[in-house]
Design a protein around this ligand. Structure first.
Ligand SMILES: [Zn+2]
Length: 251
């Protein structure tokens, strides 16, 4: 049940008929894994903590660097040198002391990643490299957990939701598995803070929709954001029946 403090804290979203008390209880009972506490993971963690997700599992092996602070808004100047997980825990606890925060401070190998994914209801990929994205996707397909995937580089953003529980849903590998994209990270190519903030905010929004169960999730669709022209485009994306990751999981 929700106590008086929780009813007050979450009152503006409980007012929405799509959320209501039942939806808020669903959020309270939810466990979510955030992989990466950088530019995308910052708004994701802030909004999901504020929204009252019962358990947030935070994974990042890195420490806060001065060059992060232009976009990684969960961290602050006093956190430079601290582990990103501990820095985020400090800030998220200050925002909402009523949620549980679970820390993963080291690199997740295949087994620990599988266990971390199995322990939650939904995963947000907020990492910045292809190999992590592929590993997180494979773990989500194997555990049949929905994956909210976002990316931003230079002045372009991308967003999609992969949900192995839906037979028509592609996985990350269906889209990107053929190695079309050169591996670039923000540290090499540059990126603007509000753009990663936008993509991360949309990831948090999709997560809330999936957890509460309302609206139309971004499944089978790839949202492309062009910050230069301020344009949003959408591509239909299909499951690849020959995909080496999800190809047999729906059979
Ligand atoms: Zn696939």
């Amino acid at each position: 049940m929700l106590n008086d403090q929780e009813l007050l804290r979450y009152s503006r979203q409980i007012l929405l008929q799509h959320v209501d008390i039942d939806g808020q209880l669903r959020l309270k009972e939810s466990r979510v894994l955030i992989v990466g506490l950088g530019g995308l993971g910052s708004p994701v963690a802030l909004y999901l903590a504020a929204a009252g997700i019962g358990e947030l599992h935070l994974a990042d092996f890195d420490t806060v660097d001065l060059t992060n602070l232009q976009r990684q808004i969960v961290h602050d100047t006093d956190s430079v040198g601290l582990s990103k997980v501990d820095s985020a825990i400090r800030r998220l606890t200050a925002i909402n002391p009523q949620i549980q925060l679970i820390a993963h401070r080291t690199t997740l190998d295949e087994d620990s990643l599988a266990a971390a994914v199995m322990a939650v209801d939904l995963v947000l990929d907020c990492s910045d490299n292809f190999s992590t994205r592929e590993a997180v996707n494979a773990a989500c397909v194997a555990a049949r957990k929905p994956l909210v995937s976002g990316a931003a580089i230079r002045l372009e953003g991308q967003l999609s939701v992969f949900d192995p529980r839906r037979p028509e849903s592609p996985c990350y590998h269906c889209l990107y598995g053929h190695g079309s994209e050169a591996e670039l990270t923000c540290s090499e190519a540059g990126v603007l803070g509000p753009l990663v903030g936008l993509v991360g905010s949309l990831q948090a929004l999709e997560a809330l929709k999936l957890l509460v169960g309302f609206g139309e999730p971004l499944v089978g669709r790839l949202l492309l954001i062009d910050a230069l022209g301020t344009r949003f485009r959408e591509l239909r994306v299909k499951r690849d029946p020959g995909c080496s990751v999800c190809g047999s999981s729906h059979a």
